[in-house]
Design a protein around this ligand. Structure first.
Ligand SMILES: [Zn+2]
Length: 271
């Protein structure tokens, strides 16, 4: 693609990333409460004042309002700013690593769903089915596209992932993870992970292919172990509180999306 055209596309996608980041905040707040995503329009939970469009500009409005409601001065959680900024930065990283294609757009969208899962699972210990379905739907688009254009290209080189590898990833990862889940329940006689985690791994396996899915399962377990170890050393581990595994799967999934195929290629080249 022409370099100038690509720059214009990148700027447009970054702006879209900001808008979607703003929508993620609505999703994170309303989805676990079972509220409609479109009505009522955004309002202050304290004074009920409707939030005007100029107070709803991603990143900018939070800074202009200094994190407070224009009408009643109620504090706006920093999370709103953080989610918008994270979505922008993580999207830019996806665009920087991959050439502009159906793959890079799909990865950017999955990234946004992952951000929503991180915040919802950390706070409510649930992963809404709708978010897993969204990842699976993007995975289906990737699978169909790969039947015609199996090559993923970017700064880390190119990788070829065939359509059946995605299907194998979806079914394989979900089965493997479900087996671990059942085993854990048999041994510990309690729920270690929710079924939401199993569904999430299955949906991501479909979107990434079976090789990256294997990497994903290993990496998310390593991330969780490191976290548990740190919390244990700091004496902050609460055994009675349900453990949210979703954020670790999400972090691992993002790493696998960006560099998974590259790492797998390096590994396979050893033999
Ligand atoms: Zn207010």
């Amino acid at each position: 693609m022409n370099a100038a055209v690509e720059i214009v596309c990148d700027i447009f996608i970054a702006l879209a990333g900001l808008c979607i980041g703003s929508f993620l905040n609505v999703l994170i707040y309303r989805l676990p409460l079972g509220m409609s995503l479109i009505s009522p329009p955004s309002h202050c939970p304290q004074c009920n004042a409707k939030i005007k469009w100029y107070d709803n500009i991603p990143l900018v409005s939070y800074l202009v309002l200094r994190g407070k409601c224009r009408h009643c001065g109620q504090k706006i959680p920093f999370r709103y700013f953080f989610v918008e900024l994270s979505n922008l930065i993580l999207w830019v990283a996806v665009l920087a690593v991959f050439d502009l294609s159906v793959y890079s757009v799909a990865y950017a969208l999955i990234t946004s769903v992952l951000i929503a899962i991180v915040f919802i699972d950390a706070e409510h210990q649930i992963i809404p089915d709708s978010l897993n379905i969204a990842i699976a739907a993007i995975g289906i688009v990737i699978t169909v596209y790969s039947a015609f254009f199996p090559q993923i290209t970017g700064v880390l080189g190119s990788a070829t992932v065939l359509w059946w590898e995605y299907l194998a990833g979806g079914f394989g990862a979900a089965l493997l993870f479900a087996a671990v889940y059942l085993l854990y329940r048999l041994i510990r006689k309690k729920e270690g992970m929710g079924l939401g985690d199993v569904k999430m791994i299955g949906a991501l396996g479909l979107a990434l292919g079976y090789k990256a899915a294997l990497l994903l399962i290993g990496l998310s377990a390593i991330f969780a172990c490191i976290y548990i170890l740190i919390m244990k050393i700091a004496g902050k581990l609460q055994a009675d509180k349900p453990f949210a595994f979703g954020p670790f799967i999400a972090g691992a999934a993002y790493a696998c999306m960006l560099a998974g195929n590259y790492v797998i290629g390096l590994y396979l080249s050893l033999f």
